[in-house]
Design a protein around this ligand. Structure first.
Ligand code: GLC
Length: 748
């Protein structure tokens, strides 16, 4: 056995040396010698061994459970094993006891950090800082690969415009452009800018449209047209493919009646055909098998065939390929060439990750990498930049020198597990620094802690204990929100108000007359309108991760000035869902129509309405996309374009002056939005086309120039062709999606 393996390796290395040369059309950077190594191995594989590579199993547990299957070459990948010694043993069995010695792809959901947990991806998006997000993904890869994990099921690119959907926590929010930039950042971070043993294959998911689940109910059907897919939901995936993403995962949902795992149009025609993706496509957990429940297939053999025909390479946890592909080939229902194509994609990724040369990890070295100080520092900076200041009557920043006693209260003040957020399997809560812990360390002897509520859903009629404590304090810091379990997969909510008696707690604290600073930690934008009057300031932290405590302490006391911006619209009430900034104008745009409180007892039937809004809640959100306050103020002036009329190959140059008119240093996220006034199809009222973080000293002004290629204005119009349509446009430069004045321009 050993003899054959050595021969293969030697042959592989020989090939690698003897015939280099770029394979220019590979989206994942495969070279000609990669291809030769793949072909050389494929030519020696039996049909059973090929099919084995297409099988992924969840292997947490005892290695012996799978030893036999590994020896037979029936498993190509395992997920959910993170013990490096066990991973080494899995790899050893494959390399030394199977016929061809093909290493395993070891996968894990490393979604926002491995052991060092970063803010949830929705919080990372709120930073509008792709460089920082890339650093976080790189940190996650360093920790995970050091323990043998070489494939993560991240980034999640699902556009989410309905906060009832629990997995809004896991993506980059509602906007296509922001999502695409975050996607690129995470792909670069996970895989590294050059392939080495710390490269962890990214997996862009869930392909496609999963976040548009009807009613915001997870796993529900979606009904996206091809035009919506192409203009809104597919671009982030295309950007990630262009960034070199090695793998992609199909989604659970059926779109327009077709489950993604059997959707030939999106997987074979778009992903493979149009984008030329030559990486690996894996199903989501049993999503192949779920096509039977969908009513899209009669049995496991049927859905296995449909998945293969659609372009799927690897089956996560259905065992459909392992159980039925050999028979399907023998009966002629499936060609072996289709299996060869799938196995090529799998082997290509294994070769590019260097798994044949470096299948094992150094267990001792791997431990030293976890929670390294620089990793914790990166997580803290990410948390600091992810927090959004939504309200401040001047109470913030707090003055450390003048604060003698602080009351810390609320169910999220000391919640080390829940502060990590959803999909943080490997984050050890023992390492979490909560706000309580951070504030006690910073102000020894000055902090009183009275929880008020033990968890978010607790109901209480009165709060004598916490009110009495508030009366004795100079300032009240209350930490509210939702536990990690209330967001994430399968955890959709129909009511987005603060649960339990949290709002009552806040009101009771406010009634004491003491300054009350509220911080919400959640996995989604909750509806906090009713709570705003009961706090002097409100910080919004999407589950901030391991270092959320020190980050919030720095923000509360002004060591760091908040710079986060809303990556998703904050609703006034859940009844407004879905509501997002880049909506269409409609034929009857809202123009401040009469609201229900203005309606007298008698109102003629025809005296109201005629535009697109809600009688009781109007048409506007509580906070728009891209919104966030600072401890200072920023002013935009001199916004001019270099031309009034552009050609399709031109570049728009926007000049402006940004001024920090306040009395402290700060960072603004300058955002550029564009509207195409008339198209062959109706166009959104605004679309984000550029953003950048600009840091200015107090009183400083800076001239900026932002360049946007006219080609960025292209969209799929009535003829289904992506192009820029000539006509009139408007452009905004502002600190959020609802501010600023339009500057007109024309494209010829
Ligand atoms: C889950 C999720 C997917 C995850 C996979 C493996 O059901 O939908 O995002 O990567 O299974 O854990």
């Amino acid at each position: 056995m050993k003899q054959i393996r050595t021969l293969c390796l030697a042959a592989g290395l020989l090939l690698a040396v003897s015939c280099r040369g770029p394979k220019t059309d590979s989206t994942i950077g495969a070279s000609s010698d990669t291809e030769r190594r793949v072909e050389s191995l494929l030519s020696r594989m039996t049909l059973a061994e090929k099919i084995g590579q297409m099988n992924q199993v969840s292997a947490g547990g005892d290695v012996s459970n799978y030893a036999d299957a590994l020896r037979k070459g029936q498993i190509g990948s395992i997920l959910n094993e993170v013990d490096p010694a066990k991973i080494n043993e899995y790899q050893r069995i494959c390399l030394e006891e199977s016929r061809l010695g093909i290493p395993l792809l070891v996968a894990r959901d490393v979604i926002h950090g491995f052991h060092t947990v970063f803010p949830i991806p929705l919080g990372l998006a709120a930073t509008f800082d792709p460089d920082l997000v890339e650093e976080g993904a790189r940190t996650a890869a360093l920790e995970a690969t050091a323990q043998g994990v070489r494939w993560t099921f991240s980034p999640m690119l699902d556009i989410a415009r309905d906060p009832r959907w629990g997995r809004i926590a896991e993506g980059s929010g509602e906007d296509t452009y922001l999502d695409a930039r975050m996607a690129e950042a995470m792909v670069y971070g996970y895989q590294g800018r050059q392939a080495d043993s710390t490269s962890m294959a990214a997996c862009i998911k869930h392909f496609v449209g999963y976040g548009a689940a009807e009613g915001g109910r997870d796993y529900n059907s979606t009904f996206l047209t091809e035009r919506q897919l192409r203009n809104v939901y597919l671009p982030p995936f295309e950007a990630a493919v262009k960034a070199g993403a090695l793998t992609l995962m199909t989604s659970f949902n059926d779109n327009d009646g077709v489950p993604s795992t059997g959707n030939t149009f999106v997987v074979k025609d778009v992903l493979r055909g149009e984008w030329g993706f030559d990486g690996l496509v894996v199903t989501d957990w049993n999503s192949m098998g779920e096509m039977i429940a969908h009513g899209f297939g009669t049995d496991r053999k049927d859905v296995a065939r449909k998945a293969l025909e659609a372009g799927v390479d690897m089956d996560m946890m259905t065992y459909g390929f392992l159980s039925h592909l050999e028979e399907l080939v023998k009966t002629g229902a499936v060609k072996e060439s289709a299996i060869d194509d799938a196995v090529r994609n799998i082997l290509r990724v294994k070769v590019l990750l260097g798994l044949f040369e470096h299948p094992y990890v150094d267990v001792e070295k791997g431990v030293a990498v976890q929670y390294a100080p620089e990793h914790l520092a990166a997580a803290q900076r990410s948390a600091e930049e992810s927090v959004i200041l939504l309200k401040n009557d001047g109470v913030l920043p707090l003055k450390a020198a003048t604060v003698r006693s602080i009351l810390v209260t609320g169910p999220m003040a000391d919640a080390p597990h829940d502060q990590l957020g959803t999909w943080a399997f490997d984050g050890d809560k023992g390492h979490t620094v909560t706000p309580l812990k951070a504030l006690r360390e910073r102000f020894p002897g000055k902090v009183t802690f009275v929880p008020g509520l033990r968890y978010s859903r607790e109901k209480r009629n009165a709060f004598q204990d916490v009110v009495a404590a508030a009366r004795r304090a100079d300032v009240v810091l209350v930490f509210l929100g939702e536990e990690a379990i209330l967001s994430g997969e399968a955890h959709s909510l129909a009511d987005l108000n603060l649960k339990g008696s949290q709002s009552e707690l806040l009101a009771a604290l406010k009634a004491t007359g003491k300054p009350v600073v509220a911080t919400v930690m959640a996995g989604r934008p909750l509806t906090v309108e009713r709570d705003l009057p009961n706090c002097n300031a409100l910080l919004y932290a999407f589950h901030p991760g391991t270092m959320g405590g020190p980050a919030l302490a720095n923000l509360l006391f002004g060591d760091v000035n908040p710079s986060g911006k809303t990556p998703v619209t904050f609703l006034r009430t859940v009844g407004q869902a879905p509501l997002y900034y880049s909506h269409n104008m409609t034929g009857r745009p809202y123009n401040g129509e009469t609201l229900i409180d203005d309606i007298g007892m008698e109102a003629g039937q025809t005296s109201l309405g005629n535009t697109s809004y809600y009688l009781d809640y109007g048409a506007y959100p509580l906070f728009p996309f891209g919104y966030g306050l600072s401890y200072t103020q920023f002013a935009y002036s001199g916004i001019v374009l270099d031309k009034a009329v552009y050609g399709k190959d031109d570049e728009i140059k926007v000049s402006l002056t940004l001024s920090n008119t306040g009395n402290c240093d700060g960072t603004e996220v300058v955002q550029v939005y564009v509207r195409d006034l008339v198209g062959s199809v109706t166009r959104p009222v605004k679309e984000l086309k550029s953003f950048e973080r600009v840091s200015l000293k107090a009183g400083e002004s800076r001239d900026l120039e932002i360049r946007i290629p006219v080609s960025e204005l292209a969209f799929y119009g009535l003829d289904g062709v992506k192009k820029v349509e000539p006509g009139d446009f408007q452009l905004w430069v502002a600190g959020d999606s609802a501010s600023g004045d339009p500057v007109p321009f024309t494209v010829q």
